[in-house]
Design a protein around this ligand. Sequence first.
Ligand SMILES: Cc1cc2nc3c(=O)[nH]c(=O)nc-3n(C[C@H](O)[C@H](O)[C@H](O)COP(=O)(O)OP(=O)(O)OC[C@H]3O[C@@H](n4cnc5c(N)ncnc54)[C@H](O)[C@@H]3O)c2cc1C
Length: 388
Amino acid sequence: MEPQFDVIIIGAGSVGNPTAYYLAKEGLRVLVLDELASSGQGQNKAAIGGVRATHSDPAKIKLCQLSLQAFGHWQEETGTDIGWKQGGYSFPAFDGKVETTLRGLLPTQKRYHLDIDWLGAEDLKALIPGINPNGLRGGTYSPDDGQVSPLLAAQSFTYEAVRLKAVFRYREHVTSLVREGNSVVGVRTDKGEYRAPIVIIASGAHATDVCKMAGLDIPVLPDSHEAGITAPVQQFLGPLVVDIRPGAEGKTVNCYFGQNSEGQIIFCYTPKQLFPGENRTSTSEFMPIAAARMVQIMPRLKNLTIRRVWRGLYPMTPDGSPIVGKAPGVDGLVLGVGMCGQGFMLGPGVGMNLASLVAHGRPVTEPEVFNLLSPSRDLYAGKKEALK
Ligand SMILES: Cc1cc2nc3c(=O)[nH]c(=O)nc-3n(C[C@H](O)[C@H](O)[C@H](O)COP(=O)(O)OP(=O)(O)OC[C@H]3O[C@@H](n4cnc5c(N)ncnc54)[C@H](O)[C@@H]3O)c2cc1C
């Protein structure tokens, strides 16, 4: 069978959609397959839409800088509003330990030209009106970071990719890869078979299963996280606020919230005891714990009305970094998986790099930084990132 496409992407999610767009922009014939009913219906829609380049890992910094450029200029480039709000990120410190951690990251972040600085307590109070002043020592502020609507972004990347002749097929479950010797040359689904010389796996929480189809052992183990959103109120909060103190209730390792472009407060925490697996049923403890933590950080939030909560998956890797690049030992196979809790913000940066890798044989990011994410690295040797 002749190849009908230049590239097949498995997964129309946070990674697959922008990758399709950037590949189609290169003039390549792209097919995207997803088992769900439309784009962004996997973990993409579980994200709260935070986008920051303020990480401690150089590869995440560089890729998210690309994503920020893409999201920040999306409306002027395409005419479509995806809910971009450049309110920045702020990590407040209420104790000396957190202050030392945050200040300790600044030299690395500045080395990568991030616009981030330490603000004293008075400046932080002005930036985050209503923040609890008790014990507040100051915090970091990175004005270039922001928020986007994950669903609007997924739809818009898809729409723009389709305009450039990419093909999206939904409700098609990829069941196996077509192999010729050492090469992957296509995919089989429950509905048919498609051929292309390059296959990109962007299958999120199901990456391990799909990689197994190529005989690869790639550990991507999902654990679940909950989030919620309030009814909209007038804009009063610029930055997305991340409190990295462990909660006094002993159940949370952080808490973060921001006000999106529609005025809703969108919020999350990371549980101390992780929930491995794919259960997406909301728990009864999430809302009381989240509400108490948020009101402790910012007492005025007690007046908000919660609209809904949900639970989704982080596709985790052993070292907490994504797995991006050519698959080891299998020609024609490329991986964009293991996005952990940051796949939405990494998506466009990963997509640009994968499109360049496929079209030009090299990533757009400097290879020595990009290769930190290599599928060939020792996934059990790396240190977890300080800012998760
Ligand atoms: C509560 C919560 C809040 C979060 N907040 C943020 C945030 O603020 N910022 C951020 O950057 N990230 C956030 N994340 C993380 C983010 O949602 C994920 O990292 C990201 O969506 C993963 O992207 P992905 O493309 O790898 O997977 P997905 O978006 O899930 O896409 C994978 C797609 O592959 C498809 N697929 C899988 N297997 C097959 C198959 N065999 N055949 C066909 N299709 C298949 C799936 O249906 C799915 O649509 C959050 C996550 C949660 C749960």
